[in-house]
Design a protein around this ligand. Structure first.
Ligand code: AMP
Ligand code: GLY
Length: 427
């Protein structure tokens, strides 16, 4: 019986475990550190997702066959390389390959070298602050400023005015984002709609999952500050089969080929964040891992055995794998704590989880179990995923599940998937 360790403790990791638990091969599942939801499917082990030494020890001690890494931080810092040295199979790229997420300057230069469509940009180092200001002053508004390194989604400034651009540039260079701001990428603002495509790749071949759309802002109608994601649905109808073919040919193939040619083949999950513009799909960002909450809609639509697919990936035969996606749609509504993405309280008792399960699958994100009760323990608390023959039915199920759950301060968006419905409706 294969033994699989999932690293992380959010909704994404619960969805990964949920997919593994459906495998007829009945894998033994471990999760580090996990949450109250993962505990029902896996043995939770209190090792933090960024504790590389702790994770290596755990994988060795427990003779784990495969490690699947949810969050990016440890991958950027070399967890996959270290597991590789120990001969433990890992779904996740080497540190060199994870630079596609870990360094926006690297990703932009790489895309330029390989002709991958993305926003035009220039990168400036700390010794080029004057040049950066001169360049930004000449750009049309809005202009996009990004810290080079990992900044937990907070290193992007979309400046609508000259003043905001100057201020933004100063704050990035002044280390508002620590080391991440030592270089700043100045980028053209792209107009269009965003979607994400998840690529399972062994460095040569690849398999694609259903395209998804996230809802990053806290407020309905895409207003207010950015969050980790307040909901998602799949498939995203704006990514038509024609757009998907274009993404494969103009983005995914050149990226995989380019990474291999440059000596650091990309193995693992590649998250391609896209802007579907009037000129076709362009890359907004890469992530070196699955998206959250997107995983909570993409994996429930996967009919193939995830364990088989990941084995094919680590054994270098993902190109021949049989990827079956079920018909219909999935929608996930995130229930957050009041105040998120700013400060929020924890420890509120959650009720209604069983009733919600009649209509939906409830993935835990920030939860913990205490004295037999399930308590909130993070900003994003739960992801409630509904399935259906079409997007409307999936949304009805997701919201029925979401409405059955209660906790003090429960916060959700009521418009998840509305954009998808608009695309689907006859013009
Ligand atoms: P990133 O961390 O690079 O994904 O950026 C965070 C968010 O900022 C993206 O999901 C987009 O909504 C927005 N964004 C980033 N870059 C651009 C761009 N060049 N044009 C328009 N929006 C952007
Ligand atoms: N939902 C966005 C992300 O996972 O980066």
């Amino acid at each position: 019986m294969p033994r699989v360790l999932v690293v992380g403790g959010g909704g994404r990791e619960h969805a990964l475990l949920h997919a593994f638990a459906r495998s007829p091969r009945n894998p033994e599942l471990l999760c580090a550190p996990g949450n109250a939801g993962t505990a029902a499917l896996a043995e939770n082990i209190p090792v933090a997702a960024d504790d590389i030494d702790g994770l290596l020890r755990l994988a060795e001690d427990r003779a784990v066959d495969m490690v699947v890494v949810g969050p990016e931080v440890s991958l950027v810092e070399g967890l996959a390389d270290r597991l590789d040295e120990l001969g433990i199979a890992v779904v996740g790229p080497s540190a060199a390959a994870a630079r596609l997420e870990g360094s926006k300057a690297f990703a932009k230069a790489f895309m330029e070298r390989h002709g991958v469509p993305t926003a035009a940009s220039r990168t400036f180092g700390l010794d080029e602050v004057k040049e950066a200001h001169a360049y930004v002053a000449e750009q049309p508004l809005p202009v996009v400023l990004k810290a080079d390194g990992l900044a937990a989604g907070k290193g992007v400034i979309i400046a609508e005015t000259r003043e905001a651009a100057v201020e933004g540039l100063m704050s990035l260079f002044d280390g508002a984002f620590g080391k991440a701001g030592a270089r700043v990428v100045v980028e053209e603002f792209m107009r269009g709609e965003e979607a994400s495509v998840f690529v399972l790749t062994d460095g040569r071949g690849c398999a694609l999952l259903a395209p998804a759309q996230d809802h990053k802002r806290i407020g309905e109608g895409d207003t207010g500050p950015n969050t980790g994601g307040m909901g998602a649905y799949a498939p995203a109808p704006l990514v038509t089969p024609e757009v998907m073919t274009e993404v494969e040919e103009r983005i995914i193939q050149p990226v995989l080929k380019g990474m291999a040619e440059e000596g650091h083949p990309y193995r693992g999950i590649l998250y391609v964040g896209l802007m579907i513009t009037a000129e076709g799909p362009k890359v907004v960002e890469f992530n070196c891992r699955f998206g959250d909450p997107e995983t909570q809609v993409v994996l429930p639509l996967l009919e193939s055995d995830l364990l088989d697919l990941f084995e094919a990936l680590v054994e270098g035969r993902i190109g021949e794998a049989d990827v079956r996606i079920r018909d219909g749609a999935a929608a996930c509504v995130v229930l957050a704590s009041a105040g998120y993405p700013g400060s929020y309280e924890k420890g509120k008792e959650i009720a209604g989880l069983e009733a919600a399960a009649d209509r939906a699958t409830v993935f835990h994100a920030g939860t913990k179990r205490e004295d037999g009760r399930i308590l909130t323990n993070g900003g994003r608390v739960l992801g409630v995923t509904g399935l259906g023959a079409d997007l409307q039915e999936a949304l009805d199920n997701a919201y029925a599940g979401a409405d059955a759950i209660s906790f003090h301060g429960k916060t959700l968006r009521r418009d998840i998937g509305q954009k998808g419905l608009v695309w689907l409706s006859p013009a």
